[in-house]
Design a protein around this ligand. Structure first.
Ligand code: SAH
Length: 207
């Protein structure tokens, strides 16, 4: 491994978050600790270093940038919000890594035409708190472009995901974590909240 877990986490702590987060798009930045954990685990499994990695719903780019730090040979980040991509590009430049950030909407069609197949998808998609099943198009897109996906989901959603992807893929591994959410939107009543989440490793099954 090119980098230790705590060094990766320290580097990712400098990645800037959303300048003006949109609740509709569920724009929460993944904390550095959780992002580092997902990426390091994927790297230990052999799915990052030297691989082509795509970050779906990349936001300001923390997962994409971390994949590049761990030696991915090519990293593409995609988001529907043009404004956050500018922050993502700044973040990559300041971290000293090369990532291609593309504007694209996951959903209709599932995969924007600009996105090519890759080896590994990493993603922290919308959980569907604002719009039910908002994570489904991301799962569909991930299964279309890569044989393996590391994603962050609501804790306890494994069975829903497994039935949703039945015949197309399966959840291979589940790692529990915590997503600390700072008060971001006016409908947040408490200053801080901790949401139990799970990193799920999804393997595509060939038809
Ligand atoms: N992956 C980032 C951001 C998580 S927030 C991180 O880990 O920090 C979810 C992101 O998904 C937001 O940046 C939002 O703009 C993006 N998003 C929401 N719906 C989308 C869609 N249909 N297509 C592409 N991006 C979308």
């Amino acid at each position: 491994m090119t980098m230790r877990l705590n060094e990766l986490e320290r580097r990712l702590e400098t990645v800037k978050g959303f300048p003006s987060p949109s609740s509709r798009l569920e724009q929460y930045q993944t904390p550095a600790s959780l992002a580092a954990r997902l990426l390091f685990h994927a790297a230990v499994n052999g799915h990052i270093t030297g691989k082509r990695v795509c970050d779906l719903g990349c936001g300001t780019g923390i997962l994409a940038i971390g994949a590049a730090l761990l030696g991915a040979c090519e990293v593409v980040g995609v988001d529907t919000d043009e404004a956050v991509l500018a922050t993502a590009r700044d973040n990559a430049r300041e971290t000293g890594v090369e990532v291609t950030f593309l504007s694209g909407r996951i959903g209709d069609p599932a995969v924007p035409v600009s996105i090519s197949p890759c080896d590994t998808v990493v993603m922290n998609p919308p959980f569907g708190a604002q719009k039910a099943h908002a994570d489904r198009p991301f799962i569909d897109a991930a299964l279309q472009i890569a044989p393996i996906t590391y994603g962050i989901f609501n804790a306890g959603s494994r069975q829903f995901i497994e039935s949703y992807i039945a015949g197309r893929g399966r959840v291979d591994e589940v790692i529990s974590g915590i997503l600390p959410i700072r008060r971001t939107f006016s409908f947040h009543t408490r200053p801080n909240k901790e949401i139990p989440v799970q990193i799920m490793v999804i393997m595509r099954e060939s038809a």
